[in-house]
Ligand binder design. Structure first.
Ligand code: PMP
Length: 424
């Protein structure tokens, strides 16, 4: 970034900070929120599973499909060049969104799961051997556990797990003590999808680097809620999904430091990831293309670019402030109800509130709330080690986005009270 771009960036940030957070205007951008469910206004509180798409992103997808679509990178005709330009422009938007040093450090994947599998195959299978150790945390989503277990099974490596407290905070002393001469990799989620805990990943990365160990940060639940700067974090890999960020499904991002990506072996082989192919031998393409074999999700990548533009115009700091207020309101109101136990009370939390009700199974809570038009998630949230640690089979999880309102938090609390009455 040059001095003028930095000045413009600061001016935009200042303008955003000065703008009031216009919730009604924002909500009007989301057509799906205007509907009724079971005759009640939809209260969508399942944003940690997938967020909704605003009209400007929908419009961008329609414009691409109606006027710009062709396959990319492979033709000289006008439409193909236009689609290629738009696809690569989306990569640059994602670079800016993460403050990555270079656009070629941004790989489009199909999502967080795909990105972690890419790192497991590309980096893990090349550099991790029998007897090596991989550090993960109790709080990981299954997407950041199972690929590493598959690698451990294949190579004879071992997985070491960072414990967490009952409140849902990682035990950092225990984390530091896990490092030894065989430690080769760390995978950690920035925000827990089941509990909302925000982990101190910057400090954890510094600890790993002091031992010469690279770190993958699962940012699936972080990027929708807070500004992320991969250079400031100094993470080696950072992954997330578009569909939790007001973008389309089927698209996600792997950020990796250029040197690490260059050292990795490709995961998928095929068209576009090569410079030349013959039966005597194939020369792989440079990054990022080396990791984008075949026709990528072009429309989805462009849609994700529009989504980060949309979020950027509102401003992640303003989004974080609004969501924090919703979380505080929900925590205070639900926490005050007799018979409600909040699950996950870490000091630093993002917009996730897990809870259980005395004497009522979480699935029954979810089903009855749905009758009131309130969408929450119930279950283990693909984080079974968290549930095992807390000795719970499941929780009810309300997860907020910037388009949720205080009135919707009130509706959730009223809905929970109504469920309690049914089971009283
Ligand atoms: N990690 C975390 C923390 C998540 O919350 C999720 C989605 N629930 C994933 C990974 C997996 O994301 P996806 O299904 O989009 O690949």
């Amino acid at each position: 970034m040059n001095a003028r771009q930095a000045d413009l960036g600061r001016a935009t940030a200042a303008a955003q900070a000065a703008q009031p957070f216009d919730l009604e205007r924002i909500r009007a951008d989301f057509p799906i929120l205007q509907q009724q469910v079971h005759g009640k206004p939809l209260v969508y509180l399942d944003n940690a599973a997938s967020s909704q798409m605003p009209q400007p992103v929908i419009d961008r997808l329609v414009r691409y499909q109606t006027a710009q679509h062709a396959n990319i990178h492979r033709a000289v005709h006008m439409l193909s060049e236009l689609a290629t330009t738009e696809y690569e422009a989306a990569r640059c938007k994602l670079q800016g969104f993460l403050n990555a040093a270079e656009a070629r450090e941004v790989i489009f994947t199909s999502g967080t799961t795909d990105a972690i599998n890419l790192v497991m195959h590309g980096h893990g299978r090349k550099f991790i051997r029998a007897g090596d150790e991989i550090i993960l945390t109790t709080m990981e989503h299954h997407a950041n556990i199972v690929p590493w277990q598959m690698l451990a099974e294949e190579t004879g490596a071992t997985i070491r797990v960072v414990p967490m407290t009952h409140a849902g905070e990682l035990c950092l002393d225990a984390y530091g003590a896990l490092f030894n001469a065989r430690t080769r990799f760390v995978g950690v989620t920035q925000v827990s999808n089941a509990l909302g805990s925000i982990n101190p990943v910057k400090a954890m990365i510094a600890t790993a680097h002091a031992h010469g160990v690279p770190v993958l940060v699962d940012g699936a639940q972080a990027v929708p809620h807070m500004p992320v700067d991969v250079q400031d974090l100094d993470c080696d890999f950072y992954v997330f999904s578009g569909h939790k960020l007001c973008g389309p499904t089927g698209i996600g991002v792997l950020y990796g430091k250029a040197a690490l990506l260059e050292a990795m072996q490709p995961f998928k082989g095929g068209g576009d990831m090569i410079l030349s192919v013959s039966f005597e031998g194939t020369v792989y393409n440079t990054i990022p293309h080396k990791f984008e074999a075949g026709t990528p999700p072009i429309a989805a990548a462009i849609g994700l670019g529009a989504a980060v533009d949309y979020l950027g115009a509102i401003g992640l700091p303003a989004i974080a402030r609004h969501e924090h207020a919703l979380l505080q309101q929900a925590t205070a109101q639900l926490g005050a109800l007799p018979g409600v136990r909040l699950v996950g009370t870490a000091r630093h939390k993002a917009a996730v509130l897990s809870f259980v009700l005395d004497g009522v199974h979480p699935h029954d809570v979810g089903t009855l709330l749905d009758q009131d038009g309130i969408a929450v998630r119930t279950g283990h949230h693909c984080a079974q080690p968290v549930m095992t640690r807390l000795k719970l089979p499941a929780t009810v999880r309300a997860s907020f986005a910037f388009y949720n309102s205080p009135a919707e938090v009130d509706a959730l609390v009223a809905g929970v009270r109504a469920v309690q009455k049914v089971f009283a």
